[in-house]
Write a protein of this length. Structure first.
Length: 330
């Protein structure tokens, strides 16, 4: 609020500024009053010498208390009124008495978890956790991740609320956490629940749902489906056809005229553009002819009878696209 600019068409004069903030339901929540400062002709900013000693007076209501505790305006319809007064308190027609602005503070977007997937099985005993960042961002806010074992007869929410955490990591600044080395690794065969909260000054600003996953290395090996080693298709030939139909993997030949590098590619689901395709393999290609396999059948992100598009970007900037139909085996 104190980043406002003041346009003055008159000669230099000393003024004080009072900012009054009201919310439609709560009424007045706070008042800010600066000491006197110089207002020059033209466009002015409020100088730091007036901002630092400005006095803030909070009203006696719940919303004002919340703002005072964490420095964040909660959801609401606000009115900001700026009042300029001559330093001596004398009336001056050249100084506008008051100007008000309306502003709506929208609620936070949902804090969505992304990985590990809900109700998934994984062999990772030290998994990496990720989630979508909370929006709008709040300066100084940090994330807190709780991970706990789900006991027999419990659901995931009960486990997070009542069990001692296996991992309780505070002060996370980015929406990702590599499993901390200070905690013991997870145990195969056990189910775990996790949740992420956004905090500032001990106040919860946003909180995710509770997801669960199971550490299950045995099942992930036993259920591995072998990919048939049938013929590879030249990607140049496939580009001229309609669809590449596969029952297990995308298998193609590509000629690399450059040095060894990692293949720059992406896959998008055309049937459901919102489908998040995870765990795509990193593919190293050599100079010359390369046989490439992109496993679909052992990746639960891919859905049978869905259409996909594979895009490959070559080092010279050229892009090759390939439409894929992934069919379920009968």
């Amino acid at each position: 609020m104190l980043n406002a600019r003041i346009l003055s068409p008159v000669q230099k004069r000393n003024v004080t500024l009072t900012i009054t903030v009201s919310e439609r339901k709560a009424g007045r929540v706070l008042t800010i009053k600066t000491p006197a400062f110089s207002l020059n002709p033209g466009n002015n900013i409020i100088p730091a010498t007036a901002v630092r000693p400005a006095k803030i007076q909070f009203s006696n209501n719940r919303m004002a208390n919340q703002i005072q505790q964490n420095g964040v305006f909660p959801e609401g319809d606000y009115e900001y009124c700026y009042t300029l007064s001559p330093e001596q308190g004398n009336y001056d027609p050249e100084v506008p008495a008051e100007q008000c602005f309306d502003a709506e503070v929208a609620p936070f977007s949902p804090l969505n978890l992304t990985e590990p997937d809900d109700k998934s099985k994984s062999c990772e005993r030290r998994p990496m956790f990720s989630w979508q960042p909370s929006f709008p961002s709040v300066p100084g806010a940090t994330y807190h991740l709780i991970l706990t074992e789900v006991k027999s007869g419990q659901n995931a929410v009960e486990a997070v609320n009542y069990n001692l955490p296996t991992v309780s990591q505070q002060g996370i600044v980015s929406p990702v956490l590599v499993y901390p080395n200070t905690y013991r690794e997870l145990e195969p065969g056990k189910k775990y629940a996790w949740q992420v909260s956004l905090y500032k000054n001990q106040t919860v600003l946003n909180r995710s749902e509770v997801w669960e996953f199971t550490v299950d290395c045995k099942d992930s090996v036993e259920k591995k489906v072998e990919i048939t080693n049938d013929g590879y298709r030249d990607i140049e030939d496939l580009l001229h056809g309609n669809y590449y139909v596969t029952y297990d993997a995308i298998k193609f030949l590509i000629v690399n005229s450059y040095g060894k590098h990692e293949l720059d590619y992406e896959i998008e689901c055309l049937t459901d553009p919102q489908l998040n395709l995870k765990h795509l393999p990193k593919i190293k290609i050599e100079h010359g002819k390369n046989k490439v396999i992109i496993d679909l059948i052992n990746n639960s992100s891919f859905k049978p009878d869905f259409h996909y598009i594979l895009r490959i970007k070559l080092p010279n900037g050229e892009t090759k696209s390939l439409r894929v139909l992934y069919k379920a085996k009968i």
